[in-house]
Design a protein around this ligand. Sequence first.
Ligand code: PMP
Length: 361
Amino acid sequence: MPSWENNVRKVTPYTPGEQPKIRNIIKLNTNENPYPPSPLVKQAIEGIGDDLLRRYPDPASSMLVDAIAGRYGVEPEQVFVGVGSDDVLAMSFLTFFASGREILFPEITYSFYDVWADLFRIPYETKKLDAEFRIVNRDYYGENGGIVFPNPNAPTGVLKRLDEIEEIIARNRDVVVIIDEAYIDFSDGHDGGIPPQSALHLVDRYDNLLVVQTFSKSRSLAGMRIGYAIGSAKLIRYLNDAKYSFNSYTMNQTSIAAGVAAIEDQAYYAECLQKVRDTRKRTQSALAALGFCFHPSQANFLFVTHPDVKAKDLFSALRQAGIIVRYFDKPGIDNYLRITIGTDEEMDALLAFLGDYLKKH
Ligand code: PMP
C-alpha cells in the first residue's frame, strides 16, 4: 500500500437499493410512493424562470422553511432543511453526536446509521429488538452519547407509541434524541394533521428532541431530495452552523419550489396516503393467507418471512419475474423480504406470482 493510503479516511459505504435501468419492472425495493406528486409540483417546476436558475439559491431556503413551519405550526427558527433526510441525518450526526461517548440505536434499523457513525468516527452501540421486533425502552436509559431510531422502524415497519418515545426522551435530557420519521405519514389515524404518534407533538416540550422527516415517501418526491428536521430553535441553530461550515447552497432552487408546492396540496396527498394504507391492509391479508408471517407495519412497506421458502431464493425468483423487492443479507433478518406497497395492480401481480411460486415449492 503506498504510504499516502495510510492517511485516507476509509469507509464502507451504505448500499442503496437498486435503481434498475430496465423498463417494465415492478419496483418494490426502495419504498418510493407509487403515486405521482401533486400536479402543483409540476407547475411550480415549470414556472422556474432563467433568473432563478442563473443565481445561487437562497442559502436559508426560507420559502420552504416557512412553508414547513406553517404546515406544522412551529416557528421557522425550528426548521432545518436538507438534501433528503439522509443529508439532514448526516448533518445531525456530525453536529450532535460529538461527545465521544457511544450513541445508541437498534441492531435492526436503517443501515445508514452505522455508516455515518463510522464516517464521523462516532462510537456506537446497537440494542437488540424484542421477539416482536419492538424497540425495548429500558435499553436506552443508560449513559450514552445520543440516541437515534426510526419510527416506524425500518426495515420492520413496526411503530412505537408516542408515550414510550417520550419516556426515552425524558430520561435522556443530557443528549440529543433523533426520531427519524421517514414513514410516519403512512401510520393509521393520520388525517392530514400531525400523525397521532409523531414526536412532533413533543418538540416544544423537549429541547433535546430532533424530529427528521422527508418529502421522499409520503409526498412522492424522492427524486427532488428534500428532507427536514424540526426541533428547538437552539438545536436548529447548531445544525445551521454546521451546514454553513460545509456547503451554503445545499438545496437547489427547483427542489425549494417543488417542496413549497407539495406543502400546499395537503388534500391530494391525504388521498394518496389513504390509498397506500388501503393497499397495505389488503396486501397484508393476502400475504397472511399465503402463509407469510410479519409484524403489523405502519409504513409503506411490509417485512415478511415464510416458513417454507427461503427469502433469498424468493428474492431471486421475483427478480427473474421482473419484480424487485429488497433483501438484506444480515444476521437476524436474512430470511426476510422488505416489500414496498405499490399500486393495487402491482400488488396483484406480486401476489399472483407468490401464489404460483408457493404451489411449486
Ligand atoms: N430514514 C429512513 C429510515 C429511510 O428508510 C430512508 C430512505 N432510505 C431515509 C431516512 C432517507 O430518505 P431520504 O434521504 O430520501 O429523505
